[in-house]
Design a binder for this molecule. Structure first.
Ligand code: FBP
Length: 550
């Protein structure tokens, strides 16, 4: 590896903390709980997963340090980057070696496709050491290929057999762990002798449930974004001349926006799930923002910070209908649309394809957004909502609303806005102490699951609001988190994605204080992640986790 930073040099020596159950090695004493059926659609899940449903959860206690059989295992990273992925691999590597020094770990490259295409690297001490406590997924790469077809499973099995691999660990989000479960079921039903274990990854924070407290990466990503938001809030409060509209990553759920507002106390975080629950229209959202801006202007505070979740647009009922109509109409009229040469004609043509209600919504949007909605499509013909510049859309609409109020004499303040999008800035940061410890523990624990001979489990490390030495370790059956959902015209078994719950503690905490934060300048400036220093600065977890579990 080329030159590394001074921080990375020192940080590479950091020894992540493990739960007590794992400190004597990954060969652990296992206690089985009661069989855990799927939390919903129980019968259907039992039918679809005859070999892996209704398994008990497992709790681990420290073993005597005895060794077990050597295990050859494969690891893949799946989906978007999240801080701490390399530490999960380090945990698996050290855990496997603690069971038997002859164990081997193969990293399959570029995500799930690496397993099918047989692209791998054997992980050695030196190779592993270069990536300990670092951010990124560059050690073996990641990808978004879905591993879900029997042909892929057979090919992966063939490739594993060549290397005598008896276990696959999939580090991924809800979809990747759903696919881990399908793979585990397939192999178990075939008696293939390959265990499959999942680890919960995603900065979005939407892989959590009664069994999983949080996905890794959420902690670090939110801390990075909160540092940047705090810096912007301080700039806003210094210059007193801009409203900052900040879009935050998180494809669908608003957990990141909620956590960041709780950390920084900025004026507003729009929560998509609330917008959907209240069936808010885009003009209601814009009016709310304009009211807040006017209220602050009345206090001579013509500045502020607003957080916008990446997935907002799809949670606004009228926009959801519009997007669905556009997807459908443009798929049917792709050739005609492509033949039109000017943007103005394209927009006019699209309008003729929509119902009267959607055409009215479409017409009211700024041209740039109308073009983004009509043009940026993914390979399946769907609009790429994450590319829609919602932050700019809201600025344009708020500007229009305030101009109208100014003409009517009901707004006398100033409105000048800046837009930002924070996403990739947070995904590859060096993991916070929390994520460094949590990820290493998840990986080490995954090795313990393999040592216990289990398959179709997710690595579980819990009690996370307590210091790491009080964390508990175990495993949760993947099928316990599944339900059946209608996706792309079919009923499919999937791990349920966790959206922000409006009756849960994190949202309620925000709802209780937001009227104050909206009007009064109450900013907190969290500053950068600290790796060395007092525990109250370095080892704190997220506000979300604290509120959910204390
Ligand atoms: P995962 O769900 O795979 O963890 O990815 C999440 C995410 O970071 C979202 O927050 C974001 O919308 C998306 O990935 C961006 O994807 P890409 O890396 O393909 O641009």
């Amino acid at each position: 590896m080329s030159e590394i930073s001074a921080l990375q040099k020192v940080r590479s020596a950091y020894q992540p903390k493990l739960p007590a159950a794992l400190r004597a090695g990954a060969k652990v004493v296992v206690t089985k709980g009661n069989p855990l059926p799927a939390f919903a659609d129980t019968e259907k899940i039992s039918q679809l997963f005859p070999s892996t449903s209704n398994m008990p959860d497992l709790r681990f206690a420290a073993g005597s340090g005895e060794k077990g059989e050597a295990i050859n295992a494969a690891v893949i990273l799946s989906g978007g980057q999240a801080p701490g992925g390399h530490n999960v691999i380090a945990g698996i590597y050290d855990g496997l070696k603690s069971i038997n020094p002859n164990s081997k770990l193969y990293g399959f490259k570029g995500g799930p496709s690496g397993l099918v295409d047989n692209k791998y690297v054997e992980i050695t001490d030196d190779f592993m050491d270069a990536y300990r406590n670092t951010g990124g997924f560059d050690m073996i790469g990641s990808g978004r290929t879905k591993l879900e077809l029997p042909e892929q499973f057979d090919k992966a099995r063939e490739n594993c057999e060549k290397l005598n691999i008896k276990a696959i660990i999939i580090i991924g989000g809800d979809d990747s762990n759903t696919n881990a479960c399908l793979l585990a079921e397939y192999y178990k039903a075939q008696n293939a002798g390959i265990q499959v274990v999942g680890c919960p990854k995603t900065i979005d924070g939407d892989l959590k449930n009664a069994f999983v407290e949080t996905s890794f990466g959420f902690d670090t990503a939110c801390k990075v974004y909160s540092e940047l938001i705090g810096n912007i809030a301080r700039d806003a409060n210094s210059a007193k001349k801009y409203w900052h509209f900040i879009k935050l990553m998180g494809r669908s759920a608003s957990h990141i926006a909620l956590e960041c507002v709780l950390r920084t106390h900025v004026n507003k975080a729009i929560i998509s799930e609330e917008v959907a629950a209240k069936k808010q229209t885009i003009s209601e959202i814009v009016n709310d923002l304009a009211d807040m801006i006017a209220a602050r202007a009345a206090n001579k505070e013509n500045f502020g910070v607003i957080l916008i979740p990446e997935g907002l647009i799809e949670f606004i009922p009228e926009m959801k209908v519009l997007i669905a109509e556009l997807n459908d109409a443009l798929a049917k009229n792709a050739e005609k649309f492509a033949a039109i040469t000017t943007n103005a004609e394209k927009l006019a043509f699209v309008e003729t394809l929509l119902t009267a209600e959607s055409a009215a919504v479409y017409k009211n949007l700024p041209d740039a957004i109308r073009l983004q909605l009509s043009m940026d499509r993914d390979p399946h013909g769907n609009v790429q909502v994450s590319l829609i510049e919602t932050e700019k859309l809201l600025v344009e609409l708020v500007k229009k609303e305030l101009a109208a109020r100014k003409s009517a004499g009901t707004f006398t303040g100033k409105f000048s806005a800046q837009t930002h999008f924070f996403g990739y800035e947070g995904r590859c940061s060096a993991p916070s102490n929390f994520d460094a410890d949590y990820c290493y523990s998840l990986g080490y624990n995954a090795a313990a699951i393999l040592g216990a001979g289990a398959t179709a489990y997710m690595s579980y490390v819990g009690n996370l609001v307590k210091p790491a030495n009080e964390w508990i370790a175990g495993a949760v059956p993947l099928t316990a988190m599944m339900n059946v959902e209608h996706r792309h015209g079919e009923d499919k078994p999937v791990i349920k994605k966790a959206l922000v719950e409006l009756d849960a503690a994190p949202f309620k905490a925000y709802a209780a204080i937001r009227a104050d934060w909206a009007v009064n300048t109450s900013y907190i400036y969290p500053g950068p992640i600290q790796y060395f220093g007092p525990a109250e600065v370095c080892d704190q977890t997220t506000e979300t986790l604290k509120l959910e579990h204390q």
